[in-house]
Design a protein around this ligand. Structure first.
Ligand SMILES: [Fe+2]
Ligand SMILES: [Fe+2]
Length: 273
């Protein structure tokens, strides 16, 4: 079973500066069609602030002609009040997502594997849906199949018991809960987006793959490269009986845009972050 992890396309109804990269990604997907695309979040540029961006992202993904499973990113549904007080996850933003992309957490059995998508943006919010997702996850991990998990934010950068990493990762309390749940199942892969950095590393027997953005990388407004590399592309995951091979791919025609020259247009102050 072969799937493509696509991430951080940041499709916009109003801003076209990264549109050529998304088009190059689409061209590659049409020539190398997978049986499934899993999108690990930030489908839209500012879906949390402008439903037109969610519409544009939904239209682009639907037009690929391949089944797509997606989990939301902070640019799609917002973040915690501590990280993004002007765009917190709330009922309206969740409804806007679900109306276009379906439930923000999901499971699908394919090729002998259980694929699980999680809404990382609920984690640490205290929204009632956070506990609902945890209860669902505990039940969904009750399987003999190997499991691959997809979510927007990585669980951690350097080690599972590290402290808060601010904007960049799941916070320590929900991270611990997730890892404790995963420890009781055959979780083999955790694939995330958000950092716009590609990395492939194994911690405690679980492969953690950071999917790159298909649109732009971050420059000096971000932390250092965090042990990965800032490059644009996508990831191919090929699943066999109990293991997965993951491979970085860079479609032809991508241009290495950085976000910094566009920050004032895309995220006018004080909405920066
Ligand atoms: Fe992103
Ligand atoms: Fe993100």
């Amino acid at each position: 079973m072969r799937l493509i992890q696509l991430s951080d396309t940041h499709v916009s109804a109003r801003h076209g500066m990264f549109g050529a990269n998304v088009a190059a990604t689409e061209a590659w997907l049409r020539q190398n069609t997978p049986e499934l695309i899993v999108q690990t979040g930030d489908l839209a540029m500012d879906g949390a602030g402008d439903p037109a961006d969610l519409d544009a992202a939904a239209a682009w993904h639907a037009g690929l002609g391949v089944p797509v499973r997606a989990v939301p990113g902070n640019h799609d549904v917002g973040d915690t009040a501590a990280i993004k007080p002007t765009q917190t996850v709330d009922d309206a933003r969740l409804a806007a997502w679900r109306g276009r992309f379906g439930q923000d957490w999901w499971a699908e059995d394919r090729g002998g594997w259980r694929l699980i998508g999680l809404d990382a943006m609920l984690l640490g919010t205290g929204h009632a849906e956070e506990e609902r997702q945890f209860a669902w996850l505990a039940a969904t991990l009750d399987t003999d199949a190997p499991v691959a998990v997809f979510l927007h934010k990585p669980l951690f950068i350097d080690q599972a018991d590290e402290g808060p990493r601010g904007y960049w990762t799941v916070t320590p309390t929900p991270r611990r809960r997730l890892l404790d749940l995963f420890a009781g199942a055959r979780v083999r892969l955790i694939a995330s987006g958000h950092l716009h950095i590609y990395r492939d590393a194994v911690f405690d027997g679980i492969r953690h793959v950071w999917g790159p953005s298909a649109a732009f990388v971050c420059g000096d407004s971000q932390e250092p490269e965090l042990g990965g590399s800032r490059r644009l592309g996508l990831v191919e995951h090929v699943f066999s009986a109990d293991s997965v091979e993951s491979r970085f791919i860079r479609p032809d025609g991508l241009v290495d845009h950085t976000i910094e020259p566009h920050l004032d247009v895309l995220y006018p102050r004080p909405d920066r972050t």
